[in-house]
Design a binder for this molecule. Structure first.
Ligand code: NAP
Ligand code: G4F
Length: 344
């Protein structure tokens, strides 16, 4: 058992829950930081059965002093900074708030670590969104250019570069995981994969007839969240800090993901039309199951993201395992089970 202490900001989110479980299994004492909420935000931790094993504390990333106090209270060996306004679409509506939480929030954390205990190892949740439409034939890697396409991506590029600066300027052990999209049944329902798995179950149960989506052509490199948190932890165990792309190396379109999710319940979709008129139809009965609503289009969107995880494979010994059809089936089956027992 490790006997180490870790502080996770954003403990109530998808990655917070899976990383906490992984660290608990490794013998860590896990401190989980969440912001004040008017209700219970520990649903994901409860679903994994670990809510009572986490030492909870309140941290709002817009408040410098409470981040500093949290570090003094927890005395962590490692800090994982997940807290963020993480929904890209919402960042166009809330650019200043997104910049404050994601950009300045990470800087507040870094400055607190530097002042309180600069030996603490820091993990920053960076993102493939920072690459924008920068392309790269063999997949995007740590040396690919950044061309952020949303307020979210700009805010995350700022915090990513601050991590690099604190590493260089102060010799601190700060690492960034440049993670491509990773999903699970614990994904927020506003994100495309969970929106689809949740919608498939609602249609199968007769509660709705179709799912309204935006850009069906967008391609993402989707992986499984429980696998990705293993890479995050591995980064902080290296003697030398650094930045690592974590991805599968394979991308699929939103349309593909819908096909996989419906196939999980035995429905084959056929696609007709183009642009806003495109529909996905149940081949067995002609019912429209997917249609386009332009309100889900973004002011700017990334057409294709595909990563090259060669460095993570070589230096962390990390490999993705779950395929996207398996991921879609896992999400649909879990949502179906939750619906049957009445937890959604
Ligand atoms: P998530 O489910 O949206 O979780 C975000 C967490 O941040 C939640 O616990 C949320 O708390 C917390 N938070 C938001 N605003 C805060 C504030 N002002 N102060 C304190 N906490 C705040 O995101 P995720 O999917 O787990 O992702 C974890 C991190 O990785 C995020 O930084 C995200 O941007 C980044 N990332 C995610 C992916 C991905 O594909 N999942 C890929 C690359 C990078 P509430 O529960 O109270 O809202
Ligand atoms: O699931 P999404 O909302 O994820 P997005 O924007 O790629 O961001 C996620 O992954 C990033 C890593 O690359 C993280 F940094 C970030 O925090 C977040 O976790 O959308 C994926 C794609 C987009 O191109 C979007 O336009 O799906 C397209 N899409 C089409 N219709 C839709 C919809 N997305 C959503 N959320 N809802 C739709 O109806």
């Amino acid at each position: 058992m490790s006997g180490k202490r870790a502080l996770i900001t954003g403990i109530t989110g998808q990655d917070g829950a899976y990383l906490a479980r992984h660290l608990l299994e490794l013998g860590y004492t896990v401190f989980g930081a969440s912001r004040r909420s008017s209700g219970d935000s520990t649903g994901r931790l409860k679903e994994l059965g670990i809510a009572d094993d986490i030492r909870a504390l309140k941290v709002e990333m817009c408040e410098y002093s409470n981040i500093r106090r949290a570090l003094i209270e927890c005395e962590p060996d490692e800090v994982y900074n997940f807290a963020a306004q993480s929904f890209v679409a919402e960042s166009f509506a809330q650019p200043l708030y997104t910049s404050d939480v994601n950009g300045l929030g990470a800087t507040r954390l870094l400055e607190s670590v530097r002042e309180v205990a600069p030996h603490i190892r820091v993990y920053q949740a960076s993102t493939s969104e920072m690459f924008g439409n920068s392309g790269a034939r063999g997949g995007l890697d740590e040396s690919s250019p950044f061309r952020p396409m949303s307020p979210y991506a700009v805010s995350k590029l700022y915090s990513h570069q601050m991590i690099g600066l604190y590493r260089e300027a102060y010799g601190m052990h700060c690492s960034s995981g440049i993670l491509f999209n990773h999903e699970s049944p614990l994904r927020g329902v506003e994100f495309i994969t969970r929106k689809i798995s949740d919608g498939v179950v609602a249609i199968q149960r007769g509660h709705r007839d179709r799912i309204m989506l935006g850009n069906l052509n967008a391609e993402r490199d989707w992986g499984a969240a429980p696998e990705y948190v293993v890479a995050m932890h591995a980064m902080l165990q290296k003697d030398t800090p650094g930045d690592y792309v974590v991805a599968t190396g394979i991308s699929h379109s939103v349309r593909d993901f819908a096909n996989f999710a419906f196939q999980a319940v035995g429905v084959q979709l056929e696609w007709y039309g183009e642009g806003v008129d495109e529909v996905g139809v149940d081949s067995a009965n002609g019912a429209i199951r997917i249609a386009v609503d332009p309100k889900y289009f973004r002011p700017a969107d990334i057409e294709r993201l595909r990563g090259n995880p060669a460095r993570a494979r070589a230096e962390l010994g990390w490999q993705p395992k779950m395929t996207v059809p398996e991921l879609a089936a896992w999400m649909v089956e879990t949502d179906m089970r939750r619906a049957e027992v009445g937890t959604i």
